[in-house]
Each structure stands twice: as structure tokens, then as C-alpha cells.
Design a protein around this ligand. Sequence first.
Ligand SMILES: Nc1ncnc2c1ncn2[C@@H]1O[C@H](COP(=O)(O)OP(=O)(O)OP(=O)(O)O)[C@@H](O)[C@H]1O
Ligand SMILES: [Mg+2]
Length: 594
Amino acid sequence: MGEDRSLGKTIIAKGYEPDNFTCWAVLNDENATRLELQEPGIVYEILEGREGDRCYGIVQKTVRLSERSPISEQLSMETAREPITTSAMMLSVFRESGITAPVGRHPIRLADDHGIKLAYNIEDSGIPVGVYTLLSGIPPQTCVVNLPVDYVLGPEAAHMNTGGQTGYAKTAWNLLCCRAILSDKELSRDICVIAFNVKADDLLWVDEKNTELEEEDLKLYELMTIKPEPFGDVKIFAPELPTKDGEPKPNSLRFDAIPFSWKWNDIKDQLHFAISPEDWNDKLEALLVDLCSIEEVQSFDDAISELDWMIKNAKGSWVTSRTYATHHVTTALKAKRILDGIRKRFKGLIEGKSAPLPVEELLVGGRFSVIDVQRLSPPAQRLVFSKVHADTIRRLEEGTAEVKKIVYMIDELNKFAPKVAKPPISGIRYIIDEIAARGRSIGAILFGIEQYPSQISDETTGNVSTLVLCRMKPTELDAHLYRGISKEVKQMIQRLPKGYAVVIHDRFTSPILVRFPRPPCAQKRPVEYEILSHIASKITKESASEIIKKFRRVLKEKPYEELRQVLSEYVNQGILPEKLVQDYLERRKRYEEA
Ligand SMILES: Nc1ncnc2c1ncn2[C@@H]1O[C@H](COP(=O)(O)OP(=O)(O)OP(=O)(O)O)[C@@H](O)[C@H]1O
Ligand SMILES: [Mg+2]
């Protein structure tokens, strides 16, 4: 790669039309077998020699032909004669001047970074997310791929979606993107990220250093001019863990998450989202809406007593509420059963000792907040999402939020916006569709992540301006959603290693293959997690944060031998269990050796 001399030439193809923006090219004989020079995505400069203009072509596909089939070759009497084989590349053509004249016969050579940017329409500034690459390796031209700010964060568009097989760095890509956005002083002033940790724990360590960064990752960060450091301003919230007594704790793997809990009045407008689809019907929703409108009903207790009162005074099969609305008695009985169930199953998330989730703490410029709902059931997750969305979007709309834009990062978007959904899930899907379609006008931005974008609501995927595809299976790529993607790019997507993604963007002229670094923050729990968690369980909440901070520093900074002595002293004094310390020291040693 990096050859300056001509590698081949454009040809006048049969079927040539003056208004098409593609042309064909062939490589010189000595390069004809170099497959890496024919890979889709390579950019050639077409040396037309037009004054004040430069012309580039992106390889879309390569066609190969041989005059003999393998069977004829086998049967051939003339085995000594080499079969005539040839290949030609189809290039989509872009000129610096913007003119779209047909291409004649000209030499071609590999484009420089300026040419690559021009051909793909990559701007010099924006949100850096990786470097332009090829599957055969990173080319010598370094070309950082920047996403246009106005298409990621509005006002032009505000929806990025990432799809791909499990374990192919979808969450990692989104963390990197958020880091790139929040690293920009100007952008971060008015933007906050609210991420929902729906499964596993990979969003819970965003304030921890990624200890798995390799030399290549660091080089990529340098090119992207982003510091490979974890998020600075992080808040982690989790619903309260239901306990009989004692201090309220978060229902989260992060022992230091801030617990929250809601009362009837906080969530009565979102309660219907927590009903399971099997129980849901219009009549039930109407009764709940009626119940919520009764001023005297101020708690779950009140709501249940109100239903009891209505049922007791039923006339035949009908009950009448204080608002004079009538409902069927079976609906009232069902509502009572459901409210009772929600109250028991959601204990902690509702009617706990903690304060409600402080919305204003989410809406701080430059902050990355994680709401950990991993341990909650899907109906409870829906309740949390709809409540956080309602509170935050209201402030954006009213102009009372301290930020101008909110990025909602939703992993496992299929749980919230599936293509096929019954109520109340369809209600949540409607919220997501609204953000995807109209969020840009008020500053609500959606970063959706899922394995199968084809299973997401059409309204949501139809409004994607940045579609990021990590490795995918052919069965997924067969879906209608991908009909605009060429066979060649689909084949490439099926072979992508971790850390590679194809980015399809409204402003890019073709899909771009991007190599991106591991995220700057950890996606796994740190080695010292168990030991810190044990200490946190032994101390009171008031002193916890200071002690944990100090202890964390000791664990991170002390050399191994010294640390071993300090920890054995703790074991001798009965502060830490021996097994816990041994496990930690072993892991730490392995980590240091690695
Ligand atoms: N840029 C990268 N280069 C190489 N490996 C990476 C890169 N980013 C992440 N990884 C590795 O890939 C693993 C999986 O990443 P990640 O959890 O983001 O995948 P995912 O697609 O979100 O998976 P899932 O669908 O299961 O949530 C990470 O644990 C990390 O080790
Ligand atoms: Mg993931």
C-alpha cells in the first residue's frame, strides 16, 4: 500500500452512460492478483489531469471472470495453456469540484488521506469514532472518521443505532462515542448522557480505567485526539433493595450506587407501563387513569382502599368511582390484584425509604449517569425508563433543564421498542419512536443498541441517521432493513473482527469500515471490587465514601508486597476474611503479570 505510481487504469465499459457516477477500472498485470487492492472500500485517485480538480473512486465491487470453468479446466486437453482470467473493479466516482462528468481512460493510484475524506465526505471536525480501515489491514493513510455533530446530536438528526452479534463490541462503541462527545469541552457543557444498564454489568464501571487497553488502542486514541481516560463526572443510580430494616441499599452490583425509591404520586402516571401484556386491556387502563385522577388517592394504600370501597358498593356488575365513572366489577377486582402485585414485587423501587431519583442530578452538562435496572423484572424496567424519560423530557421541553440535550443510551433496545408489541410495551415503543423521529427538535437523542436491528420498530430504525453495524450473521443481513446495502458490504460485515464496524451515515457517500479502540472505561468489575464491597458492608453510610476512597487508593497504588503485608494485618485483626484477601491477591498478581 501507499504506492504513488499508477496501479491500473479506468476502462470504458459497455453500457456506459454519461450520467452515471460509476466507472470501471482494472489493475496492471503485475497487480492483478493482489486481492487487497480490490477490496470494497479502497479509494483510488483517477488521474484525469483536469486542471484545478481531482477525481476519486471508491471500490464498490470487483467482478472476476475466467474464460474456462473449473470443470473445463480439468477436462482440457491444453493443460499447458494458462486460462485467461481477468477482473474489473466498479468505482463510484467523486470529484473535488463536484461535477459529474463521465470518466475516460486514465491511470489510477491509491488516494491519499485527503482523497479518502473527499470521496466519503468525511469532515475534518466532528465526533471522532475511529479510523478508516480495510479488512486486509489498516492502510498507511491515516484518516480519522468524524461523525457530523449536527447529525448525531441534532438538529439535523439525533438517532444512532448499533447492531451486531453478541460480544462484537456494540456497547464498547457507544461508550467510545459518548466519551468522544463528553471529551469535547464545548459540546459537553450542554449535554448529558443517561444510560440504562439493562443487562449484565458492563455499564457500571464507566468511572474505572480500562486495564485492557493495548498499544494499538492507545495509538488510535492519539489519532482521534481523545484521552483514553474513563468518564470523569459519573453518577450511578439504582432502585432501593427491599430490606426489613437498616439503611437503604441500592439493588445493584455497584454497592456505592445511589438508591432511589418512588411513591404513588411519583409514578402513578407511568403505572400502566408496568402491567404485563397478558393482564393489560383498555378497561383496566381506563380504571387506572380514573384512580390516578382522584385527589384523595395519595398512596398505594389509598388506591387499594378506594378500589375496596368501590367493590363494596357495587351495583350489580358495575362499580362507580368518585368521579362518577363506571367500571365493571371484574375490572376493579383485577386492578386491585395488579396494584397489590406491583406493590409486593416492586418493593424497594416503590415505597422504600430512599428519596425519589433526583432528576436535576441527571441533567448536568458533561455528566454520564447510569441507571442500573439490571436486577429488575422487564415490567419494572419499563416503569423506570418511562418515569425517567417523562421527568427529563418535560424539563427539556419546558426549558428548565440545565442542559440543552440529553443522550438516552439504551442497551437492549429490543426490550423497549420491538417491532411486534402489545400494550403496554407498544406504549414504551411509542416513546422510543417519538425520540427517534422528533427528539431532535427538543434535544432528545437516542443511542440504541441491540443484536438484531431488524427486530426493532420500523419507525425507530427508519429514523436512524447513523447506523453502526458490528459483525452480523447472514440471516440478519437478509432482512428488509438492509436492502440498500450491497452484497459486498454485507459479506464484509459477516467477517468483522471485534473493534471493527461498518458505519452507514446520511452524510457519508458510502458505508465506511472503521477500526475503533476499546472504550476508555472498564466494562468489567475491577479486581478490587469484592474487597471494597466487603468493607462497604461493614461500615456506616456516613463514613463509607471517604473510607472506600482511601482504601481504593491503597489497593491501586501500593506495590504488591507491601499490599500483601497490609492486608494480612487486616486479616489478623479480623477486619477482612482470609479467603477474600487470598483471592484478591491471586487475581492482582495474575493481572500484574499479564
Ligand atoms: N475496540 C475493540 N477492539 C477489540 N476488542 C474489543 C473492542 N471493544 C471491545 N472489545 C472486546 O469485546 C468484548 C465485548 O464487547 P461488548 O460487551 O461491547 O460487546 P456487545 O456487542 O455489546 O455484546 P452484547 O451483545 O453481549 O452486549 C469486550 O469485553 C472487549 O474485551
Ligand atoms: Mg453490550
